[in-house]
Design a protein around this ligand. Structure first.
Ligand SMILES: NC(=O)C1=CN([C@@H]2O[C@H](COP(=O)(O)OP(=O)(O)OC[C@H]3O[C@@H](n4cnc5c(N)ncnc54)[C@H](O)[C@@H]3O)[C@@H](O)[C@H]2O)C=CC1
Ligand SMILES: O=C(O)CCC(=O)C(=O)O
Length: 409
């Protein structure tokens, strides 16, 4: 029969936002050479044009994969977020279009945690203002308002991978740690879980945010929450820009209620390094402002490049979806001497029966079959021992509820 699956050099990858070279190397090592590599993100209209014939797309946090983008990407089978956060992707639209989304849930955790600790030390010493004064020819030699972090209380909001890593580093420097999380978590070391957000805000000298962007975390820290913080306390946000009300924070720096801040993420971030960064926080020397680089270290980016590219390769080569953030997870063995059929469909009754009916009506022997579902989507993988007709494949694609059906040889 005619070859139905694509040769590797025909499978097109669109990599944006300058993902690390390790991603390109990993893809090439596995035979994927058709790679369109861009250093920047793309605005929606341009992205729609570039993605129209891509099978895989790789992004970081700037590129918005919207419903319109998925509607314009008929060949797309997977998206790789070369970062932790996946809030820039319409995960529901991706799922409805049969696009599996992968990320790197741990590779930049340590980089963010180190930055937060460094910022806590610098802010408690008043270094940002002192450094800014030196740059302008000033000389603020004084111990007034300068403190060690030893013995101070760090309040962590969101005790997940990053929050708990910050907790360990902070304790190793002699800090006390309290945390607030919506889930009851095992505290590491001597950390204690606060009963509610206000309790944490009331007792912490430094508050650091490590929650994902969700409806519940939008403006989680606004004027009312800042008012609960101790006079002179420090606020650090390296999570997502939507979590802090920046105008309220600027007012609290202006009236002196807060002693300083470090912000790495903003409600609106420039799309490229040439676009102007606009924020009311630019007015304050005691605000460390960084361009969303919490996870931007060589170590993290290299690891992320390999990790996400390997997940894309695995999905392309054998259909494995382990650790996908929006797809039913299936860990598959290699498929030697069989053809492997991947069928993604709406999770509605009768699809599996219909699939099996097609196989039995064509007398096709099934070597093995795997099924996993979530509330919206079903993912069936079938290894077929013998040759089969394109008619059978068309019938499989025509089954009601089918989103995507592809064959691996
Ligand atoms: N600045 C940067 O470059 C980077 C930023 N990030 C951001 O950091 C976030 C956290 O990363 P991880 O620690 O890996 O995520 P994680 O998923 O391991 O931890 C998040 C924690 O927040 C908790 N949480 C969720 N909603 C909450 C709420 N409403 N109130 C209190 N706690 C809540 C969760 O229960 C969980 O324990 C990411 O979602 C991403 O947005 C991640 C990496 C780099
Ligand atoms: O490196 C990036 O572009 C984004 C890092 C980040 O925010 C994440 O990993 O969630």
């Amino acid at each position: 029969m005619a070859k139905i699956s694509l040769d590797k050099d025909k499978i097109r990858f669109l990599l944006l936002e300058g993902v690390h070279q390790s991603a390109v190397d990993t893809l090439k090592a596995d035979g994927y050479t058709n790679i369109d590599y861009l250093k920047t993100s793309l605005p929606e209209a341009e992205l729609i044009e570039r993605i129209s014939d891509a099978h895989f797309v790789g992004i970081r946090s700037r590129t918005q994969l919207t419903r319109r983008v998925f509607e314009s990407a008929p060949k797309l089978i997977a998206a790789g977020c070369f970062c932790i956060g996946t809030n820039q992707v319409d995960l529901e639209a991706a799922q409805e279009h049969g696009v599996a989304v992968f990320n790197a849930p741990f590779s930049n955790t340590r980089s963010v945690a180190e930055l937060v600790i460094a910022e806590a030390i610098l802010l408690l010493r008043g270094i940002p203002e002192k450094s800014a004064a030196c740059h302008r020819g000033g000389w603020l030699k004084s111990a007034a308002g300068a403190y060690e972090i030893r013995g101070k209380t760090l309040g962590i909001i969101g005790y997940g991978s990053i929050g708990s890593q910050v907790s360990v580093l902070a304790e190793s420097l002699g800090m006390k740690v309290a945390f607030y999380d919506v889930i009851t978590k095992l505290p590491l070391g001597n950390a204690v879980q606060a009963r509610n957000l206000n309790e944490l805000l009331n007792r912490a000298d430094i508050v650091s945010l490590h929650v994902p962007e969700t409806g519940a975390t939008k403006n989680m820290i606004g004027a009312a929450e800042i008012a609960q913080m101790k006079p002179g306390a420090i606020l650090i946000n390296a999570s997502r820009g939507t979590v802090v009300d920046i105008d309220a924070l600027a007012r609290a720096l202006g009236d002196g209620h807060l002693g300083g801040t470090a912000i790495d993420v903003f409600p609106v971030e420039p799309r490229s390094n040439t676009e102007e960064f606009v924020s009311p926080l630019r007015a304050f020397d005691n605000a460390i402002l960084t361009p969303h680089i919490g996870g931007s270290t060589q170590e993290a980016q290299e690891n992320i490049g390999v990790e996400v590219a390997e997940k894309l390769v695995k999905y392309s080569d054998n259909g494995t979806t382990t650790s996908s953030v929006n797809f039913p997870e299936v860990a598959l063995p290699t498929h030697e001497n069989v053809h492997r059929l991947l069928h993604v469909h709406k999770n509605i009754p009768g699809v599996l029966t219909a699939i099996n009916q097609v196989f039995s009506s064509h007398d096709i022997n099934i070597a093995s079959q795997y099924l996993q579902t979530n509330d919206k989507v079903g993912y069936v993988v079938v290894d077929i021992e013998r040759d089969y007709s394109e008619v059978a494949l068309k019938q499989l694609r025509d089954i009601e509820g089918t989103i995507r059906c592809r064959v691996l040889f």
